[in-house]
Design a protein around this ligand. Structure first.
Ligand SMILES: Cc1cc2nc3c(=O)[nH]c(=O)nc-3n(C[C@H](O)[C@H](O)[C@H](O)COP(=O)(O)OP(=O)(O)OC[C@H]3O[C@@H](n4cnc5c(N)ncnc54)[C@H](O)[C@@H]3O)c2cc1C
Length: 384
């Protein structure tokens, strides 16, 4: 074998996993363009939804926190954390902990005896005893059927944008009512776009409306974990993924949904006061008409606009990982597109592990978020 572990992907989960394994003396190689999803698929002008305590990328000595980044670089920012600073934090973490990261893309992973053969886009090959898939959500953008297959000149997913200034002065509909939709609407408004939000929820939910519940000392401690995922009470349960996973599936699904249902951060409210929000509606048809898009809504009204940004989130489906060799993908046990994982975040293919969103079906909603890196990295070590 060339190496004990190959890690595919260099976002928060890949970086943290690599740092923990390396710290244990395990031979690890990590591949990917560090923090590229945050840099290229989120809009400039965005702020993180997670709070300060929940936005550190876990490292084994707790020496690579946001606070250490600020002290080391002189960067000046507070909560809410600006996207640009978070990208720079992740890149700083990589340089400090993993200076030998290889920015190549992984093209193929296939079983090779008791290990794996990993092919890179530069044509090189590597044999690894284990592989950790840490490729995030970039492979999983999801949009309702009505929008599928429309030209990107007219209809895009929110992940298609890192710079919304191209819509300056344009008429844009944003579909969705969660954080991505509200972020996009706020940023578009700052570019003097005529923007309307259309969502199927009955109302916008705002995070942070019960701030007083966080100021009750020990009572707050009982209600909320530092991981900042989920409402009072559920937040604590979500903070113990090994407990969450023991719950019957009929409880896990609604609790997961409740913990991460669409919502916007409360501080954005005043910035969106002038944005029309058409809620409790579905878009029933999408037609391209020259350089415009015509939308029909479930209330029988119509909109004709320059562009539609669909901010309806992501759905994990490992069959969309083109780098998983079909021979191996066939033997991977999945449920609804998610790999079924056991102790050590290991899949039914021995030695193949998943972290981040694809692990959330097995270990609960914490695995969707940066704060899930503390659990994931520690859990991975159990496999060694
Ligand atoms: C708009 C938006 C806002 C968000 N805000 C927050 C927030 O405030 N707080 C929070 O906790 N979470 C937030 N999230 C969720 C966030 O995506 C995850 O917390 C985090 O990105 C998960 O990290 P990751 O390492 O799993 O994935 P990513 O950060 O997506 O990293 C995956 C990496 O894998 C690389 N990669 C992919 N394929 C290959 C390949 N074949 N070979 C090599 N490398 C590859 C990519 O280039 C990328 O660098 C947000 C998500 C979105 C969409």
């Amino acid at each position: 074998m060339d190496v004990d572990v190959a890690i595919v992907g260099a976002g928060p989960f890949g970086l943290s996993s690599a740092a923990y394994l390396k710290n244990k003396g395990i031979g690890v190689r990590i591949f990917g363009d560090a923090m590229s999803f945050w840099r290229d698929h989120m809009p400039a002008g965005m702020y993180l939804r997670s709070n300060w305590a929940a936005s550190h990328i876990s490292d084994p000595g707790s020496k690579l926190t946001l606070d250490h980044f600020k002290a080391d670089t002189g960067a000046r920012f507070e909560q809410p954390i600006p996207l640009q600073q978070f990208v720079e934090y992740g890149q700083w973490y990589q340089r400090k902990a993993l200076p030998d990261l290889q920015s190549s893309q992984v093209k193929n992973v296939e079983k090779n005896g008791s290990g794996f053969k990993v092919s890179l886009d530069d044509g090189s090959l590597l044999k690894a005893r284990r592989v950790i898939v840490a490729t995030g959500i970039a492979h999983f953008p999801w949009m309702p059927r009505e929008f599928e297959g429309k030209p990107k000149t007219h209809v895009t997913h929110s992940s298609d944008h890192s710079d919304l200034s191209r819509f300056r002065g344009k008429e844009v509909v944003v579909v969705g009512s969660g954080q991505s939709a509200l972020d996009a609407a706020r940023i578009l408004k700052s570019f003097e776009a005529e923007v309307e939000v259309i969502g199927r929820q009955k109302e916008i939910r705002w995070v942070g409306q019960n701030a007083w519940l966080h100021r009750l000392g020990p009572v707050s401690w009982c209600l909320y974990s530092n991981f900042d995922v989920g409402p009072a009470g559920l937040s604590r349960l979500v903070g113990f993924p090994n407990l969450f996973r023991l719950l019957p599936r009929r409880l896990q699904n609604p609790l997961s949904h409740r913990a991460i249902r669409p919502a916007g951060t409360g501080w954005q409210k005043p910035y969106l006061a002038a944005v029309p929000m058409t809620l409790d509606r579905l878009v029933t048809s999408v037609e391209i008409q020259g350089d415009k898009v015509r939308l029909k809504l479930s209330d029988f009204t119509e909109r004709i606009v320059d562009h539609v940004i669909v901010a309806t989130g992501y759905r994990a489906d490992v069959s969309r990982y083109s780098f998983l060799d079909p021979s191996m993908a066939r033997t991977l046990r999945t449920s609804g597109g998610n790999p079924v994982l056991a102790r050590g975040l290991e899949s039914s293919v021995p030695g193949l592990h998943f972290v981040g969103k694809p692990a959330a079906w097995s270990f609960g909603p914490l695995l969707n978020f940066i704060s899930g890196t503390h659990f994931a990295s520690a859990e991975l070590l159990k496999a060694f």
